[in-house]
Design a protein around this ligand. Structure first.
Ligand SMILES: NC(=O)c1ccc[n+]([C@@H]2O[C@H](COP(=O)([O-])OP(=O)(O)OC[C@H]3O[C@@H](n4cnc5c(N)ncnc54)[C@H](OP(=O)(O)O)[C@@H]3O)[C@@H](O)[C@H]2O)c1
Length: 315
């Protein structure tokens, strides 16, 4: 298959992704350009996950569900126990304990290499694999706080580097991921990455300068939601409900409200107004919440997360 057919086929695959409408024009406009991260990528890219734990294991599981969109899938872990957990039909899972050179072997055979180790291991891992990577390989990192500039310094100019901040609802196919291209990553590399993360939720392409801000909303966001659920569950228990009843009320309400919003064509403020009759009970409760200065508290929380991300990046 020639390169242009491959790009068109990939654009079609990407446009079929449920959550992420892919801009096929972006891909077709790459015809004839020697855009980094596209030239060697086939219509069904082969993907190697190096370090496949909680986060990248969830992404890999999503790709397995959409097997037809991807070429060979492979993954490394440190221990054989972890490799056994991710091995499945069509996934070559290799433990470094059994094959110490596995990171290099799998990276050399992949169109896309996803780095899923801890942030402090990223540079070391790139040094281990850099001379094994084929020209045009896309290297994607999900590590918090490691910039594309730091990664680009470890690989050749012919490698496209992309940074992604995913979140834990990726485990159930409802993740939100922010994708930021390095200086050498073209639109093709970004589109391939968008298709990979679109397999487990919504993928947003952003500038890297915004990645800490995105992380303060969607990266940390699941923790904020769990905190609200914990707090409202506590209140329900104090009001005399048992644990099963409290969980049903609170979790059912969070899920139901989210689904209602997703199915609705109006914004959340309008949906809130529809629950809030003038002089009614909800109005009284909301007045207490708003009186506690939630606007400022939410902003302060996001700012604290962003400040910490900057500190971590400087370490
Ligand atoms: N978890 C999250 O919510 C989240 C969200 C956004 C971003 N991230 C990012 O995702 C990355 C991984 O986090 P995680 O929570 O998924 O960690 P994790 O569950 O500990 O996974 C790390 C994986 O790397 C493997 N590993 C360790 N050293 C390796 C090496 N040299 N070569 C190949 N594999 C190696 C481990 O194998 P063993 O299991 O055998 O030790 C494990 O499978 C981090 O950089 C983090 O910043 C995580």
């Amino acid at each position: 298959m020639n390169f242009i057919t491959a790009i068109d086929r990939f654009a079609k695959n990407a446009a079929m992704t449920d959550f992420v409408p892919c801009d096929a024009l972006t891909l077709t406009s790459l015809r004839g350009r020697n855009t980094l991260g596209v030239m060697n990528v086939s219509d069904t890219p082969s993907i190697a996950f190096l370090g496949t734990g909680s986060m990248s294991g969830a992404i890999l599981a999503g790709l397995v569900q959409q097997r037809e969109k991807f070429g060979s899938l492979s993954a490394t872990t440190r221990s054989e126990e972890s490799a056994a957990k991710i091995a499945s039909d069509g996934v070559e899972a290799v433990a470094l304990a059994a094959e110490p050179d596995a990171n290099r072997r799998l990276a050399a055979a992949a169109d896309v290499v996803v780095l899923g180790v801890k942030p402090y291991q990223i540079v070391e891992l790139l040094r281990e694999i850099s001379d094994a990577l084929r020209s045009g390989t896309i290297v994607v990192s999900v590590a918090a706080g490691i910039t594309t500039a730091v990664m680009e310094a470890e690989v050749g100019d012919d490698i496209a580097v992309v940074r992604v901040m995913p979140n834990t609802p990726s485990h159930v196919g409802l993740g939100v991921a922010g994708i930021a291209a390095g200086t050498g990553a073209g639109e093709g590399a970004v589109d391939v990455t968008r298709t990979i993360f679109g397999a487990v939720g919504t993928a947003l392409v952003i500038d890297e300068s915004q990645i800490d801000a995105l992380s303060s909303i969607s990266g940390s966001g699941p923790a904020y939601v769990f905190l609200f659920i914990e707090q409202w569950t506590r209140v329900a228990l104090e009001l005399g409900f048992d644990e099963r009843q409290a969980a049903a009320m609170v979790q059912g309400t969070f899920r139901g409200a989210s689904e209602l919003l997703a199915a609705s064509d109006v914004d959340p403020a309008e949906l809130r107004r529809r629950v809030t009759s003038p002089k009614g009970t909800t109005e009284q409760a909301l007045a207490v919440l708003q009186g506690a200065g939630l606007d400022a508290v939410f902003r302060e929380a996001a700012d604290a997360a962003i400040a910490r991300a900057k500190e971590l990046a400087a370490e």
